[in-house]
Design a protein around this ligand. Structure first.
Ligand SMILES: *Cc1c(COP(=O)(O)O)cnc(C)c1O
Length: 488
């Protein structure tokens, strides 16, 4: 019997084909012309209302109409990070090949389990092997693609907790009121996702030591030693040491060899948060402090930041694949690998992390590495580091500008300071400069505070930035700064 049954496929594939090609063309034009667009524009109230005050669409409408709404209300108001002058936080700028890969991956819609015998499982294993090689880890190490570096940090520290507990922490949980509790160490400049992981894993922020930094914003090694000694004396168990390969505030890199030595001396697990800074290992003449990073027990990093993969994807590498598997593996009956057929795949990604169903995130990495070659990504990392040095030099040449931190990697901090104004006024002037730059669509630096002072913070993880974009930033900061001072 033939009767019409509902499905989600188009009634007319040829009409759909036209609409899909139109959507793709629209995105290609959008990316191609991004430099001519404002880096960011505020959402008009009307648009916000259109996006927020719609009723649940019980009945569908034409795809053409929905695409129209996308073009009018959504596409013109992105975060801005694919623009050449977007330098807020640490954000990657994506890449066109990755965009195509995502469309192809969504079309295939593989479930990403690893024990499904699908091309996606093998591509993901291949990509992880490439990443281990790039970051100098042995091929026996284990690794997993995850949603981002927050998740990568959580996974890495979960393995660390299991490895350092001395009992079956999965069964018994974290033990002790105080005596014997595992202590985590990291510098005060460490990303908040580490504290999040410490709290989620039941290690307790009370047992998380945030150590001071030196003038270079690197962890104070003597303070670290003193803290470990004092914790031991209290009967605590120093256990987890987190090193920063690139802090968000200033791009500082903790001295990895010294941290690895310390970890060895005190039997600590060394986890490195290399969200973006780990990429500096890819270039010739990589920063001195990074050497030793490969001695880490676990390394977390992002691919959507300085490797410009579309959001979102990060990865974690763990030296001991056994410990990694022991931390996560659970084998329910319905997920048995039958050794053949669909469920005869090469691994089980869920045995190495939190997520079960996952998109085919490996395809974007596979396709962009193959299309551009890793050499191109190395060049781009090196270019951003050079650009940051160039910007720092421009700042030094202007008497009305003041660098607020040493420039490490790709992060530059400075403020407008024409002289004769107190810190409070300077904070408010510089805040106004940042907001004006953004509202006028000129550039999008972000802000941070260094020694309490508000800083214009420029994090260049952007393959579209040119040297003249940085020159324009300087010109515009001076123009807006002088205007603001005049109006007061
Ligand atoms: C961005 C970042 C994180 C968090 O990564 P997400 O991908 O945003 O989850 C962790 N550490 C550092 C140093 C970062 O820059």
């Amino acid at each position: 019997m033939q009767r019409p049954v509902p499905s989600l496929d188009p009634a007319d594939w040829e009409v759909f084909r036209k609409q899909a090609h139109g959507a793709l063309d629209g995105m290609i034009d959008h990316i191609r012309c991004i430099r001519q667009q404002p880096v960011w524009r505020p959402l008009p109230d009307l648009v916000k209302a259109r996006l927020r005050s719609q009723t649940l669409p019980e009945e569908g409408e034409e795809l053409a109409a929905v695409l129209d709404q996308f073009r009018t209300n959504i596409l013109p108001y992105p975060s801005g990070n694919i623009h050449p002058r977007f330098w807020s936080w640490i954000s990657g700028s994506g890449n066109p090949v990755g965009m195509i890969a995502d469309m192809l991956a969504s079309g295939m819609n593989s479930v990403g389990l690893g024990f499904d015998d699908s091309s996606a499982s093998y591509v993901e294993l291949q990509v992880m092997d490439w990443l281990k090689e790039l970051f100098g880890f042995p091929s026996e190490a284990s690794g997993l693609l995850v949603s981002g570096c927050s998740m990568a940090n959580l996974v890495g520290l979960a393995v660390a907790r299991g490895g350092m507990s001395g009992h079956d922490v999965r069964k018994a949980g974290v033990k002790g009121d105080h005596e014997g509790r595992l202590v985590t160490y990291a510098s005060i400049e460490t990303h908040s996702s580490i504290q999040r992981a410490v709290e989620l894993l039941g290690l307790g922020s009370h047992y998380y030591r945030k150590l001071p930094v030196d003038d270079e914003y690197e962890i104070d090694l003597e303070a670290l030693e003193r803290q470990i000694t004092s914790d031991k004396a209290q009967g605590l168990r120093p256990a987890l040491l987190v090193g920063n390969a690139g802090t968000v505030n200033t791009g500082a890199i903790d001295p990895m060899n010294a941290l690895a030595d310390c970890a060895q001396r005190h039997d600590l697990w060394l986890h490195v948060d290399g969200a973006f800074g780990a990429m500096a290992r890819l270039i010739d003449g990589s920063p001195r402090n990074l050497s030793g990073m490969t001695r880490a027990d676990s390394l977390a990093f992002d691919l959507h930041k300085w490797l410009h993969q579309p959001y979102n994807v990060g990865a974690v590498i763990v030296r001991s694949a056994d410990l990694h598997r022991q931390t996560f593996s659970i084998a329910p009956d319905y997920l048995e690998n039958l050794g053949d057929g669909v469920a005869g795949g090469p691994t089980n990604f869920n045995s190495f992390g939190v997520e079960l169903s996952r998109s085919f995130i490996a395809l974007r990495i596979w396709m962009s590495f193959k299309t551009y070659g890793v050499k191109r990504f190395r060049e781009l990392v090196g270019q951003n580091i050079e650009q940051a040095q160039y910007l720092h030099k421009l700042i030094d040449e202007e008497t009305a500008l003041e660098a607020l931190a040493p420039t490490n990697l790709n992060v530059v901090n400075f403020r407008f300071d024409p002289g004769g104004l107190n810190d409070e006024s300077l904070d408010s002037i510089n805040r106004e400069i940042i907001v004006s730059l953004q509202r006028e669509g000129i550039a999008a630096p972000s802000s941070t505070r260094l020694g309490g002072r508000l800083s214009i913070r420029v994090g260049i993880t952007n393959h579209r930035t040119r040297y003249e974009d940085l020159e324009l930033l300087i010109t515009e900061v001076l123009r807006i700064g002088r205007q603001v001072v005049q109006q007061r």
